[in-house]
Write a protein that binds this ligand. Structure first.
Ligand code: AMP
Ligand code: MG
Length: 402
């Protein structure tokens, strides 16, 4: 080999090394600037517990800003949920909720600021929904639960219960942070909002511990925090993904190392996922008539009540999934409210909440109709009517399960 050749090939080696170095620096810079970073390599840390009468779960992607171990962070999230349970569990006589419900009519009971805040929010949703969202449905729940076997409750029983319903009658005393109910037999039930609130509290606990990327799920209500490493093995599941199965592909351009979390919406008439959402930094809540409903004479009734008539919902919006960038309490309350209001009034309610999106399944004679209500993005989108889509979902409704 001549000296000239040797220097050319050495040149090539140096040039290749320089290129390699530049590439390494560029990738490092890209990660630093974009916040995209290699995943933790494998499954996020996962923890489960039973709380608020349901199952709760957190998936935590370990990150550089965490001040504690994932175990400790998960423990703090669960402690936040237990705190909500302690205050709002109607079956615990020591809870704020039970003390309000069990106090003699007209008695004001001092409550925790968290309980106070949730009731204030409940009032806001009551007003904005025109009364469709009403946490004083307690007497209706009881009347329908105590219906005769295989029959609807007697009209008189529903009428009596309805006379004890009305959020506008809840007594609030701001100074002492005291709450009360003015009528005998009135009862507050936070089933439509407490899980969402719990999820928000768990999220706040994770954020305080420096967690950026996590999924929190309590009985189907979800917070999707940040993203998940691309190589995370997952399968679809209702109310958030669970480890196992395959990752996703990165698409075009620079190699993305993370992807949005996935969460499944349950088919309202079959035990399977009907649709998978991929989202980042938002809460997702679903109200469905399959959850705790019942069937009388072949007609399915929901566990959600129309507080203005006293009837359990039947048909209409049989599944409402609400996606909120603000809070899971908001998503939870709106999902329940939209189930009561139906498509047109529900659409008007949702429009009051910036960035809120919804996917509704409406039962019709020949199947389910899927309606996707998207938040308006740009004036052009709006002008083009590109905010919402509606389609006939090609699924024939199955016989309801008793
Ligand atoms: P969700 O599954 O979040 O829609 O909540 C339903 C639960 O909220 C029911 O099991 C009742 O405890 C309660 N609930 C029923 N109907 C209403 C209503 N119209 N407004 C507020 N809460 C309700
Ligand atoms: Mg709800």
């Amino acid at each position: 080999m001549s000296p000239g050749r040797e220097s050319i090939s050495r040149d090539r080696v140096w040039r290749a090394l320089a290129l390699l170095l530049a590439a390494v620096v560029a990738i490092g810079l890209y990660h630093a600037v974009s916040g995209v970073r290699p995943g933790a390599g494998g499954e996020p840390y996962t923890a489960r517990t039973g709380v608020m009468n349901t199952d709760a779960r957190v998936l935590i992607v370990p990150g550089p800003r965490m001040s504690v171990t994932p175990e400790e962070a998960a423990g703090r999230a669960f402690a936040a949920l237990r705190e909500v349970e302690r205050l709002m569990n109607p079956y615990d006589p020591e809870s704020d909720l039970a003390r309000i419900n069990n106090a003699p009519a007209g008695t004001l009971v001092p409550v925790d600021p968290l309980t106070w805040g949730v009731l204030q929010e409940a009032m806001r949703f009551h007003r904005l929904s025109g009364g469709a969202f009403d946490v004083t449905v307690g007497p209706l729940i009881r009347a329908w639960r105590e219906r005769p076997d295989g029959a609807l409750p007697a009209p008189g029983a529903v009428r009596d219960a309805l006379a004890k319903v009305g959020s506008d009658r809840i007594l609030f005393e701001r100074e002492g942070m005291r709450l009360g109910l003015p009528g005998e037999g009135m009862r507050i039930d936070l089933g439509a909002i407490a899980k969402g609130f719990g999820v928000d509290r768990a999220r706040a606990a994770l954020e305080a511990a420096g967690v950026r990327d996590a999924l929190i799920e309590v009985g189907g209500e979800v917070w999707l925090m940040g993203e998940v490493p691309l190589e995370t093995p997952v399968t679809q599941s209702i109310g958030g993904e669970s480890p196992s199965g395959e990752g996703a592909d990165s698409g075009e351009g620079a190699p993305a190392r993370t992807r949005p979390w996935r969460t499944g919406i349950r088919h309202p008439r079959a035990a399977e996922v009907i649709e998978t959402l991929e989202r980042t930094d938002c809460a997702v809540a679903t109200s469905g008539d399959y959850a705790r409903g019942f069937v009388v004479d072949g007609v399915r009734y929901s566990h959600i009540y129309e507080p203005r008539t006293g009837r359990a919902l039947s048909g209409g919006v049989v599944s409402a999934t609400v996606i909120s960038p603000a809070s899971c309490l908001e998503a939870d309350a709106l999902a329940t409210a939209v189930s009561v209001l139906g498509l047109e009034e529900g659409r008007r309610l949702l429009a009051l909440f910036p960035g809120v999106e919804a996917i509704l399944f409406i039962e019709e004679a020949d199947g389910l109709r899927r309606v996707h209500l998207r938040p308006p993005r740009t004036p052009e989108d709006l002008a083009a009517g590109a905010d919402d889509t509606e389609e006939q979902f090609p699924v024939v409704v199955e016989e309801p399960n008793p």
